[in-house]
Ligand binder design. Structure first.
Ligand SMILES: [Cu+2]
Length: 148
């Protein structure tokens, strides 16, 4: 009986993340470094089961995914302006996040789940505009540098 309980616990543990986190990201007009129109964290390391909460600390921002710039099977999301939005991570891989009105000013973030960068080319090929595209490229390079 004891062995059965242990086996069951191990099986459940392999499916349901035991230490799922809520990761809070603020949408800001300016961060401590003086950068304007930014997410408080731009390279977001997460695991399946985590919830990433984008918080409307300052108004006139949103957070949303970009078509074809998220893992296969992962549900897209689109927050309303000046509203918090949650993103439940269900798949490993990369997700690009933009603030629609400020992506051209570089208000973007990259979520890396499970240290899986296999869809990096999809992210690079997706339609992210202006300074946001340059920053996403830099964030992918930064994520690659954290591997190995
Ligand atoms: Cu914004």
């Amino acid at each position: 009986m004891r062995n059965l309980l242990i086996t069951t616990a191990l099986l459940i543990g392999s499916v349901l993340p035991v230490f799922a986190d809520t990761i809070e990201i603020q949408m800001l007009n300016e961060n401590a470094a003086g950068d304007r129109m930014v997410f408080s964290q731009e390279l977001i390391l997460a695991e399946v089961g985590d919830v990433i909460q984008f918080i409307a600390t300052d108004r006139s921002h949103n957070a949303q995914s970009v078509r074809d710039a998220l893992p296969e099977g992962q549900e897209a999301f689109k927050g309303r302006m000046s509203q918090d939005v949650q993103y439940l991570v269900t798949e490993t891989g990369l997700t690009a996040v933009v603030c629609q009105p400020h992506q051209t000013m570089g208000m973007v973030a990259l979520i890396v789940v499970g240290n899986d960068l296999s869809n990096a080319q999809d992210i690079l090929d997706s339609r992210i505009r202006g300074a946001g595209k340059d920053k996403i490229e830099a964030l992918i390079e930064e994520a690659r540098a954290t591997q190995s």
